[in-house]
Design a protein around this ligand. Structure first.
Ligand code: PAF
Length: 277
């Protein structure tokens, strides 16, 4: 695996592959890699001839009181994991390589970005959309892969690619879970042993709510039970527990394809999760 830090070197590698007629997959990450990321890499390997992984802790998607400085950074371990995963190029730019002095562009997706996590993390999805647009245009891959754990992010990326006619297929990959159901996340590293033991309650609660709704149960009642179970398990602030239309993320009406999504705080960690109905 070759690691590159600037866009020109990245493009030179990709152009050489293109001249050989090879297809390219992009897997954007913020590092602190876990099995969930490796599943994305594995899927990318199966779907394309060459895989580009990126590691960039994107300052634009963190609010002023969020964990940008504390976000886990483990470049050496990540590098070894990507080599073992058979990734061909790691693009790991520093902040000025992505946001040079004078950078003034913002990619904002209205509607989808304003609800759920967007309502609790103002500006977050503009930061995500801006950096993902840049990465897509820098790599110009055939496919780009994202985890369904960040379900709202996935919907927003699908929207921006369609709206901006970026010629790439966006592949959503199911969430990878620990044996007890906790969704794998770099932020799980913030959990103490006791918090870690309580954290799977989030998944259990939304799974139970999704099952109730799928059976035709009252949506508001199912969500209230889930909120209660999450609170009982020792979560602090519950940002939301919602049933939403699977694509528009508007409040779910009976019979529509849906998703239950939740975000809640456990100690220093803000955990998000979602399941299909
Ligand atoms: O999901 C993530 O890790 C990030 O939001 C992404 C897509 C790499 C953009 O910074």
């Amino acid at each position: 695996m070759v690691a590159v830090r600037d866009v020109d070197s990245l493009r030179r590698r990709i152009q050489a592959w293109r001249r050989e007629g090879l297809s390219v997959a992009l897997v954007p990450t913020m590092g602190a890699l876990h099995k969930g990321h490796l599943t994305l890499m594995d899927r990318a390997q199966k779907m394309a001839d060459r895989v580009v992984a990126t590691i960039f802790v994107n300052p634009k998607q963190f609010g002023p009181r969020e964990d940008f400085a504390a976000y886990p950074r483990r470049e050496t371990e990540d590098f070894e994991m990507l080599v073992a995963a058979g990734v061909h190029v790691l693009f790991a730019p520093d902040v000025p390589a992505i946001y040079p002095p004078g950078f003034a562009t913002n990619v904002g997706i209205t509607g989808l970005s304003d609800v759920l996590d967007g309502a609790h993390r103002p500006g977050h999805f503009d930061g995500v959309a801006t950096v993902v647009t840049k990465l897509l245009l820098q790599v110009l891959p055939d496919i780009a892969l994202f985890g369904e754990k960040d379900y709202q992010q996935l919907m927003i990326i699908r929207r921006l690619v369609a709206d901006l006619n970026i010629p790439v297929d966006i592949i959503g990959v199911p969430t990878v879970r620990e044996a007890d159901g906790l969704a794998m996340s770099s932020r799980n590293a913030y959990l103490s042993a006791d918090e870690r033991a309580r954290a799977p309650a989030l998944y259990k609660a939304i799974t139970a709510a999704a099952a109730q709704i799928a059976k035709g149960g009252d949506i508001a009642a199912a969500l209230a039970v889930a909120r209660d179970a999450i609170g009982q398990a020792g979560f602090g602030t519950i940002d939301y527990v919602e049933a939403r239309h699977a694509e528009t993320l508007q409040p779910l009406k009976a019979g529509e394809p849906g998703r239950v999504l939740a975000a809640a705080h456990m100690g220093r960690a803000r955990l998000i999760d979602n399941v299909t109905i």
